[in-house]
Ligand binder design. Structure first.
Ligand code: PDD
Length: 287
């Protein structure tokens, strides 16, 4: 039975109840995190908690827990859900009030804290020699200009992902003013002539925890990498394209807008990165 956490209580997920006056429900007034755990061990938790603190501060919700409290809560939730390779979905909203009003409640109410777990499917990086690549399409980035906040207001992301799925693709890479920003739920990298490039962190993208790890691993392993804007034309002419996210790790793209990249197989630099990623994961989580 799946166990969730809601406002100081662990309970069966199906028994968790939220008020319709919760501002998360009425306004999507809240933020979230997705944190992977391997063999029950939280992966890069400090980075996820730093980003959570950034998101909460950006929308003026007081962080309801200290690092130690969050850690204890997540460890308990993992244990109650049987450990293994799972991710934690955490959502913090501005809380439930007595009436619908756009302005923040005054005085503030207690935030709603909800967490549950989900299963992590075997990522492509775990099988670098047999992994298949995914198909992506480019779409106009129709989001707001604070994409650095991990907001639960994901309507634009949902519409873009759905359009990608309707076109037979796994993900959309988003284009704003001629530059590729990120995926609808991932960051991206291109490889051209042996050089890996990913857009710099800004308010136009989510600062992905996996993105940062891929940059770190490239630097540690003497792979050439730079962080700079990527034009739509560069994306289209890339030798390799990768997507990154906490639940999928680093995924090779083999088709873009109906065109096959290279020989249609995951590229050699992706294979190298996949090996570094898996080694790092094994070392960190003692797998
Ligand atoms: N999404 N960009 C966007 C818009 C995202 O939603 C995500 C992750 C990422 C990658 O970030 P990270 O490496 O920290 O997971 C980039 C999560 C997984 C989700 O919404 O489920």
């Amino acid at each position: 039975m799946a166990i969730a956490y809601l406002n100081e209580q662990f309970l069966p997920l199906e028994h968790a109840r939220i008020s319709p006056l919760d501002r998360g429900f009425l306004f999507a007034d809240g933020v979230y995190e997705v944190i992977p755990a391997y063999a029950g061990k939280l992966f890069r938790l400090d980075k996820h908690l730093q980003r959570l603190a950034h998101s909460l501060a950006a929308i003026e919700i007081t962080n309801p827990h200290s690092t130690d409290e969050w850690t204890a809560l997540f460890e308990e939730l993992i244990q109650q859900n049987g450990g293994g390779n799972i991710y934690i979905y955490l959502q913090v909203t501005r809380g439930a009030t007595t009436r619908r009003d756009h302005a923040f409640p005054n005085p503030p109410v207690a935030p709603t804290v909800f967490a549950m777990t989900g299963h992590i499917a075997t990522p492509a990086a775990d099988m670098p020699d047999t992994a298949q690549g995914v198909t992506v399409v480019t779409l106009d980035d129709i989001r707001w200009s604070r994409c650095d906040i991990k907001s639960v207001a994901l309507l634009a992301n949902i519409l873009m992902r759905q359009q990608a799925v309707a076109e037979g693709a796994a993900e959309a890479i988003l284009i704003r003013d001629g530059f590729a920003t990120e995926g609808s739920a991932s960051n991206f990298f291109i490889v051209k002539d042996g050089l890996i490039t990913t857009p710099p962190k800004s308010h136009l993208i989510l600062p992905g925890i996996t993105r940062d790890l891929v940059v770190e691993l490239a630097q540690q392993n003497n792979m050439l990498i730079e962080e700079r804007e990527v034009t739509e034309a560069e994306l289209r002419s890339a030798d390799e394209i990768w997507l990154s996210s906490s639940t999928k790790e680093v995924v090779p793209v083999t088709r873009l807008n109906g065109h096959t990249l290279g020989d249609g197989k995951p590229g050699p630099l992706w294979k190298q990165m996949a090996r570094h990623y898996v080694d790092y994961k094994r070392r960190l989580c003692g797998l």
